[in-house]
Write a protein that binds this ligand. Sequence first.
Ligand code: BMP
Length: 274
Amino acid sequence: SSFLRQTYGQRIQNHTNPAAKLLLETMERKKTNLAVSVDVVKSKDFLAIIDAVGPFVCLVKTHIDILEDFDYSTIQRLQDLSVKHDFVIFEDRKFADIGNTVALQYSSGVHKIANWSHITNAHPVPGPSIISGLSSVGLPLGRGLLLLAEMSTRGALATGSYTEDAVRMARANRDFVIGFIAQRTMEGVGLQSHSVDNDDFLTLTPGVGLDSKGDAMGQQYRTPRQVILESGCDVIIVGRGIYGKDPSLVDEIKLQAQRYREAGWQAYQERISA
Ligand code: BMP
């Protein structure tokens, strides 16, 4: 039977990875499947948005390399907010190189992502060695990895057998790979028969918007209902739909976060009671 009918809380037992468990526990506790993607370039805006949306989200997604005034103290503030508001941190780094290089990029440099990000992600394009490289750093720290099995953009190349191979790579590395960035659930994808005992991966899905169908650079948006109920995804990732064009409008940002949280949770409740 499908994991899509189980509650987030019930699904905790299907996972051994600490980051996967933490995310499911947080979703169950806070009753939210909303993740906010905070794609702004000033640390002050970055932290203000996170403080505003914190109560409504299970996870905050970062692109730490776009902060033009980056300083490691921003990481300490992000971690303080993650404790204050009880959310998981996901650095959307999209690693894509050989094992040795990604291990260095993950552990070192200015950002030291493995030190503070519970979850990160990688393109499967180099093959399984990207997972070994990242897990050599992340697994001892209790981190989790998402593979990009699909993308939200028009004309994306991650389709068909590429997507299926991404899912096989994940199944072979269950200790560290906790799920996918994808547009639908990968449960059963690429399986000849029902030969896998536990196919419960987490599906985190960007390309979510209630008021817009896309942007001028190839992004495509679907609604929380399409994503959670119709496509079987677990977490909606929303960026501009929540913080809009003006990161200083804190009250408006809070309202939008509440709106997306409600839409996502409603769709989930319909799914588990279907
Ligand atoms: P927005 O909701 O403002 O379009 O932002 C979407 C976020 O999700 C961006 O940070 C982008 O990098 C990320 N993303 C995406 O949009 N599509 C994908 O397939 C994978 C992503 O990580």
